[in-house]
Design a protein around this ligand. Structure first.
Ligand code: AMP
Ligand code: ZN
Length: 488
């Protein structure tokens, strides 16, 4: 089956052909770890988690690189002395690298809660300073960059003079750009306001600094992604992703850096995920229109009437296509919760397996399977895939009521496909099963503690554990193979 991907570079859905057979190189811009990720950030990372899961499910071997931006991201106010880390470290009275560690840990925790798979490589900007210095030098040597007061800038005008077309990804008209931009950053250091920093000289107060041929400084944000993507995936690789808002200038600059350095456009398929909005406005830290993921999960917020399990949030996100804007609301979350429960109920019915097997099925599983894969391979269309899964859900309930029939082969196929799509591809989790697992783990801990108490002849404690569990309706039974429990 052919996979079609919407390529932001061409503005069209294209047939996906990896550079190396079945291997896919995918780079996704990671978080800037100077504060907690908000729910909007989570949506973008989840969109790429779904794309990653889909590619793996379709049989590709994926090298998935997602970086951690832990240096060099300047503040929006264009204050050259303040990158985001230095600014936040002053606010929190911590070392910049403590800020980095604190929010990297938070980022990983949040993504785990929402069942995102880790990338196969997770490089950091600070771990690749040498590569960034080398790239900067290469761009200077090739005449695409110039030094000015200890900083180095990419020369956009020169790039364009050589017919390399700055603006091709974001489809911006370069002349307009030149006419409409004020020089916020770098004062008069730059030849043109459009030029962007590859390396910034550090002021004496700037703590995050490294030695370079141009003096002490720190790398520009756009350069790190070129350094890390090409290091791990090659000068030209298959997929580059990120949120829509990164298309310009960040990704445009990556294209320019790659073409200037290596003579080839670095990426075959550019994928951009759309934004999460709240109250109809883009979720963003700077406007204050945001909710933290754990605030939604814990219910500790003024926007939602109750807490929502992370997998319900995931289901809600998956109900929208990754290229559509998604507005999060209480009503939509409540509806997702209902839909999710129905889906899980059907999964339970399916695994309980207590319906009669017939010679022929009244449901065309083969045709249904094709429709599911058609949705998945049509630019990863999760809402359409979910709609097809619900056709199967309706069938499963009718089957249970004896109003439909299924053959043994079809039943096995339906089970496998539903499990694959629901849990592996969409990344949903069975809340009930998870809770049962947790309960089992907790009871095993108590059984171990009781055994230890008995060994050390602390029978008071061991009896207490047994009796108190019994009072809660959990009976411990000691047998030859150890202790088991039953719940009444
Ligand atoms: P940042 O840490 O600011 O670089 O953002 C991390 C990722 O989240 C980037 O890919 C952004 O495009 C994305 N992002 C930021 N705001 C939103 C939003 N409201 N909805 C979806 N993605 C977002
Ligand atoms: Zn990036």
């Amino acid at each position: 089956m052919t996979l079609k991907i919407y390529n932001s570079l061409s503005g069209e859905k294209e047939t996906f052909t990896p550079i190396h057979d079945n291997n896919v190189g995918m780079y996704v811009c990671g978080p800037t770890v100077y504060s907690n990720v908000h729910l909007g950030n989570v949506r973008t990372f989840m969109s790429f988690d779904f794309i990653y899961r889909s590619l793996v499910h379709l049989g590709y071997k994926v090298r998935y690189v997602r970086n951690i931006t832990d240096a060099g991201h300047l503040t929006d106010d264009g204050d050259v002395d303040n990158d985001r880390f230095v600014k936040q470290s002053r606010l929190e009275k911590l070392e910049p690298m403590e800020i980095v560690q604190k929010y990297t840990v938070d980022f990983h925790k949040v993504l785990e809660v929402f069942n995102l798979l880790p990338p196969t490589i997770e490089p950091t900007a600070t771990g690749h300073i040498l590569e960034q210095i080398e790239l900067t030098q290469k761009l200077i040597d090739k005449g695409f960059a110039y030094e000015s007061n200890g900083s180095v800038y990419f020369d956009v005008l020169e790039y364009n003079k050589r017919g390399l077309n700055y603006g091709e990804l974001s489809r911006r008209n370069i002349e307009e750009l030149f006419a409409n931009t004020r020089d916020l950053d770098g004062q008069n250091e730059k030849r043109n306001p459009q030029d962007f920093a590859l390396w910034k000289a550090a002021s004496p107060a700037h703590i995050m600094r490294w030695n370079s041929p141009w003096g002490e400084g720190f790398p520009g944000w756009h350069l790190e992604c070129t350094a890390m993507s090409t290091k791990y995936l090659g000068d030209k690789f298959d997929i580059h992703g990120g949120g829509m808002d990164l298309k310009f200038p960040h990704h445009e600059c990556e294209v320019a850096q790659g073409k200037a350095c290596n003579g080839v456009s670095p990426v075959n398929y550019w994928i951009h995920a759309n934004m999460l909005t709240m109250n109809g406005q883009r979720m963003s830290k700077s406007t204050g229109n945001y909710i933290l993921p754990m605030e939604l999960v814990s219910g500790n917020n003024d926007f939602f009437e109750k807490p929502f399990h992370p997998t319900i949030v995931r289901f809600n996100f998956m109900q929208a296509h990754y290229r559509s804007v998604l507005d999060i609301s209480n009503e939509a979350m409540v509806a997702s919760e209902k839909g999710f429960q129905r889906l899980m109920e059907a999964m339970k019915v399916l695994s309980n397996n207590n319906f009669p097997i017939a010679e022929v099925s009244s449901f065309d599983v083969k045709a249904w399977k094709e429709k599911c894969y058609a949705a998945l391979t049509d630019d990863f269309n999760s809402p359409i895939l979910i709609a097809h899964l619900f056709e199967a859900v309706n069938f499963i309930f009718k089957l249970k009521d004896g109003k439909e029939t299924i053959s043994e082969n079809d039943l096995q196929e339906l089970k496998t496909l539903m499990t694959d799509f629901v849990f592996d591809v969409l990344g949903l989790q069975n809340i009930e099963e998870n809770n049962n697992e947790k309960l089992d783990q907790t009871l095993q801990v108590l059984i171990d503690l009781r055994n230890q108490a008995r060994k050390s002849k602390n029978f008071d404690l061991s009896d207490q554990i047994r009796d108190r569990l019994l009072a809660e309706g959990i009976e411990l039974k000691d047998g030859r193979d150890g202790t088991s429990y039953s719940i009444s």
